[in-house]
Design a protein around this ligand. Structure first.
Ligand code: FO1
Length: 311
């Protein structure tokens, strides 16, 4: 079964890890959000690409969800004594990845080519595709004005009240090489349990991707469980945008999916999800171990099997 997974931050990377473990080699392609990307200290930083790469390489820091587990901080400590800004924490080994990506991009290599090369160096066999090789930058409109994504997410710890989002550059961005082909060949496109507003919407905002996705069977997994996000500001964003955070709200956000997976604690929302035209599935969607990631991935693929019979 040819699977394309749309992924952003931590939740997406965990399901991608499970899918990579249960699918035959060559059956999975991951399309990753680049709206979080930014230039910092002269470095080109792509946090969601790095979270997916580190997770698939078995290097991800399990506590933070970003950066590496085997990290040291000599650079940042020294940088601080010299007066450098340390709000965006860069570990020594993580820094090497940002340096190498920046070096290659400066030579004129594309983000997708650099990502393929770095993935190979990290021993990753699953194709990891940025949504676009052109820059798309998520801008967060807040009660304090417009903030660049990392300014909002890290420097301000998601405190400002969200009024809306803009994916700057999306309208002139093209899908990265391989993205359209992977979507056309997909038996299913999986909307991973990433933040709908700032992890998956930027991907769908790239002209051509949204339509290509809707042309295929689609299944989503809710990033809201029991009214809260497992990690990150998704529920707060929903509330600030006047939407009661719930699995149903996430399903409605993606109107048009064929199926939607919700957590057992939200089982009472099944009929409401069916009433908006999506086949609901219920299971334990919390991925708190490697085994849980694989189990959820396996179950999602089984749901897709049932769905195909229905489609
Ligand atoms: N997130 C933080 O909350 N604090 C940090 O200091 C931080 C550093 C960092 C360094 C490299 C990297 O790839 C990601 C990093 N992140 C950090 C996460 C980053 O803000 C991502 O955009 C979020 O994970 C959302 O996807």
């Amino acid at each position: 079964m040819k699977v394309v997974a749309l992924a952003g931050g931590v939740g997406g990377a965990k399901l991608v890890d499970g899918l990579a473990a249960v699918l035959p080699a060559g059956d999975l392609t991951v399309i990753v959000n680049t709206g979080d990307d930014f230039e910092h200290l002269g470095l080109n930083i792509s946090p969601d690409l790095d979270t997916v790469m580190y997770t698939l390489a078995g290097l991800a820091n399990p506590e933070t969800g970003w950066g590496r587990a085997d990290e040291s901080w000599a650079f940042l400590e020294t940088f601080e004594t010299l007066g450098g800004p340390t709000w965006f924490r860069l570990g020594d080994r993580d820094l090497a990845l940002h340096m190498e990506r920046t070096r290659r991009l400066r030579k004129g290599e594309t983000l997708s080519h650099v990502t393929a090369e770095l993935s190979e160096r990290l021993g990753i066999s699953v194709p990891i595709l940025p949504m676009s090789d052109e820059p798309v930058r998520t801008m967060v409109h807040t009660d304090e004005g417009e903030l660049a994504f990392q300014e909002y997410f890290v420097a301000r710890a998601c405190e400002p009240v969200v009024r809306g989002f803009e994916f700057r550059g999306a309208d002139t961005a093209a899908p990265a090489p391989g993205v359209s082909r992977a979507l056309e060949a997909a038996d299913v496109v999986i909307f991973c349990p990433s933040n709908p507003w700032v992890s998956l919407d930027p991907i769908l905002a790239v002209p051509g991707i949204g339509a290509a996705v809707q042309a295929r069977p689609t299944i989503g997994i809710s990033s809201i469980v029991g009214g809260n996000a497992i990690k990150g500001p998704a529920a707060k964003m929903y509330a600030e945008l006047g939407v009661e955070p719930s699995a149903l709200a996430v399903a409605e956000h993606y109107s048009g999916l064929d199926a939607f997976v919700i957590d057992a604690v939200d089982a009472e929302q099944m009929e409401a999800i069916r009433s908006i035209g999506m086949q609901p599935f219920v299971t334990n969607t919390v991925m708190d171990s490697g085994q849980a990631r694989r189990r959820l991935a396996q179950e999602v693929l089984e749901f897709v099997g049932e769905l195909e019979l229905a489609l």
